[in-house]
Design a protein around this ligand. Structure first.
Ligand code: MN
Ligand code: MN
Length: 466
């Protein structure tokens, strides 16, 4: 190779755009920071496998950083550090800035803390053929066959007849038992394997094994069921009827782990969307800013952002309005001046399934957090297609702070697509664009991300808040 670039090559380098691998361009100390940041993230993942647990973990971290609880009607002043909990399942962590709200608006980062999983039905318990099972109804878009023959943990709450709420978390401690959804052995699987992958395991076959020991009493018909009921009664004070008012979820029982000899990647359950929620939270907890900044960690994104804890609920709008009232600002003016990053994951280009991606406009692993100007499917349908002007503004913020980032859409034009919470914020007249971490095997029980992209996402949020 010659020492000096040719004139044409120099011109090409100046004019052409190419993505950069963040690991490659990061300094040694920056790479060290990426790895250190990933440790905190992994601990958060292991702590927070459901939206309730993620909400509680976020509150704990906020309190450790001097944030206090806010309720509608509380007085607010510049410098206040607050969190607002919605029904224990979503939380908004915010700081009131010194900048004029009507002029500068709010800087909002919206992400979600629910993840695909296997929810227990309301009348779930039965015994058959030496086993006791819980019937389930899966939550979010999953490939059902991926959830069989892996260790599962049960998380959730049971509201007992007298109204007491009992928390349940079994299968995370190495000493705990785990739970299991069975699959057919290959020896008898000929017919199953010839079928459509969406049907090789059907929804009604996702039954979770929770017991196998008969209760020692000849008189009893359902002996194993009684053993399980007896255990649940001794341990949690519940009887079978209490499942009616329970919210129990089976999630993968494995912890987050480094992947690869070089430990560049992280495998874990629920990267979607905690890989955005954690950076949003830590940016608002630690970032330097004079703006009023909000990290919204919401629920129910995986099933359409509905309900009282999903992004479509008025409560988030009400909170913003309450902040405006407390600060003596017009909500209408503040919304118009506000900016939002809707932070959800995107699909990383997967060379083993290259045919569904358009390489030039796919997110490449380790090339930084990924902006999607639009999401949606087949003709941008259902998408918040951000204005070029706003994209330009965010691009400038990132440029100024040296954020390594990329842009992409999800898959080939005619193949798939997806949407997230961006449009609900945009509907409030808030400029919004999607930004999030590329994920391999999204919605699988164990997903894969790059430490570089996780850290880039955090850096991007810090830059956006400044
Ligand atoms: Mn998501
Ligand atoms: Mn998702």
């Amino acid at each position: 190779m010659s020492e000096k670039k040719s004139k044409g090559q120099a011109l090409y380098d100046e004019l052409a755009y190419e993505k950069k691998n963040y690991f490659e361009v990061a300094s040694k100390s920056e790479r060290k920071k990426m790895f250190a940041y990933a440790e905190g993230y992994k601990a958060f993942l292991d702590d927070a496998k459901t939206e309730r647990e993620a909400c509680a973990a976020a509150v704990k971290m906020a309190e450790e950083n001097g944030f206090t609880e806010y309720r509608f009607g509380d007085a607010l002043a510049a410098g206040d550090k607050k969190y607002f909990v919605n029904r224990g399942k979503s939380v908004v962590v915010f700081r009131v800035g010194s900048k004029d709200l009507e002029k500068h608006g709010m800087r909002i980062i919206a992400s979600h803390i629910d993840a695909p999983r296997i929810d227990v039905k309301q009348n779930p318990l039965y015994e058959e053929a030496g086993m006791c099972f819980l019937k389930t109804h899966y939550y979010g878009g999953i490939k059902k066959y991926q959830w069989t023959a892996i260790p599962l943990a049960l998380h959730g709450v049971v509201v007992l007849k007298d109204g007491t709420k009992v928390e349940l978390r079994v299968g995370e401690d190495p000493k705990d038992p785990v739970f299991y959804i069975d699959d057919l052995l290959p020896h008898l699987g000929q017919e199953q394997m010839a079928g459509n992958a969406g049907k090789i395991i059907e929804g009604e076959q996702l039954n979770v094994v929770v017991g196998g020991m008969p209760y020692p009493d000849e008189e009893v018909g359902k002996k194993i069921k009684l053993t399980v009921l007896h255990y649940l009664n001794e341990k949690y004070g519940m009887c079978e009827e209490d499942f009616l008012s329970a919210e129990l979820s089976a999630v993968p029982a494995y912890p987050a782990r480094d992947v690869g000899f070089d430990r560049a990647l992280i495998g874990a359950y629920g990267h979607d969307d905690r890989v955005c929620a954690y950076p949003a939270l830590t940016a608002v907890l630690n970032g330097e800013t004079e703006h009023t900044v909000l990290a919204m960690l919401v629920d129910k994104e995986e099933i359409g952002s509905e309900g009282t804890t999903g992004m479509q609920c008025k409560i988030y709008e009400d909170l913003m309005e309450e902040i405006c009232i407390a600060m003596g600002a017009s909500f209408r003016k503040v919304r118009f001046a506000s900016k939002c990053l809707s932070s959800d994951v995107t699909a990383a280009y997967d060379p083993n399934f290259a045919s569904v991606y358009e390489r030039m406009n796919s997110a490449m692993l380790s090339c930084g957090t990924c902006m999607s100007k639009f999401t949606g499917a087949r003709g941008k349908s259902g998408s918040n297609d951000a204005n070029a002007e706003f994209v330009g503004e965010v691009r400038k913020m990132f440029e100024k702070e040296g954020v390594v980032w990329q842009t992409a859409e999800l898959g080939k034009v005619d193949i798939g697509g997806g949407g997230t919470v961006a449009k609900y914020l945009a509907n409030l007249n808030i400029d919004t664009v999607d930004l999030g971490v590329p994920v391999i095997s999204m919605h699988a029980p164990w997903e894969l991300i790059s430490k570089a992209d996780l850290y880039s996402n955090y850096m991007a949020f810090l830059a956006f808040m400044k």
